[in-house]
Design a protein around this ligand. Structure first.
Ligand code: HEM
Length: 157
């Protein structure tokens, strides 16, 4: 079908969009939101930015899974658990599953950018929601960077 390098390119572009967006959200957008916490219009911008990034993140995750699965099916047998390469790939998928779960909880269960959680006065929404969302997002950044580390190792063995 498509040449392998194009699949790898799409896989890497999706990883960059996901990890870059998470880091931007955690270290740029969220601190800016805290600086302007009393300004309801800037809170609304942050909320909408969070909503939009959620779409980008989940499209990236789906692309990562599809292109990752394609690469697994196309690399003639070394993904078997009997090889060292296969074991390291399993570790990568295990770490990815954790990152995936963290993002699922962050985006769809806690859902810090839901219309109701910030358009009322800050005290009306539970104060633990932003703190928990913040911790989950930090954990997701660590896990996706760990996936990237294992993937880099994998590329060299
Ligand atoms: C945060 C998520 C992910 C990141 C950061 C990531 C990163 C990478 C990187 C950097 C490569 C190396 C490209 C190369 O040098 O050849 C790669 C390759 C690969 N990834 Fe991922 N990946 C992610 C998710 C996934 C998922 C979900 C799967 C499986 C469903 C997957 C399966 C693969 C496979 C099979 C390869 C090809 C390895 C090879 O043939 O050398 N990846 N990934």
């Amino acid at each position: 079908m498509m040449p392998d390098y194009l699949i790898t390119w799409i896989h890497l572009a999706a990883a960059i969009a996901l990890i870059g967006g998470l880091i931007f959200s955690q270290f740029v957008l969220a601190p800016a939101a805290r600086d302007t916490a009393t300004d309801s219009r800037s809170r609304e911008v942050v909320r909408r930015a969070g909503r939009r990034f959620r779409t980008v993140a989940w499209v990236s995750l789906i692309i990562l899974i599809l292109t990752g699965a394609y690469q697994m099916l196309n690399e003639s047998g070394s993904a078997r658990i009997e090889t060292a390469w296969g074991v390291v790939l399993m570790l990568k998928l295990f770490l990815f599953a954790i990152a995936f779960g963290l993002l699922l909880i962050h985006d769809f269960i806690i859902d810090p950018y839901a219309p109701s959680s910030q358009d009322t006065s800050p005290s009306a929404s539970s104060p633990t929601v932003p703190a928990r969302a913040d911790t989950l997002q930090k954990a997701a950044i660590v896990m996706t960077l760990a996936v990237l580390l294992v993937a880099s190792y994998l590329a060299k063995i």
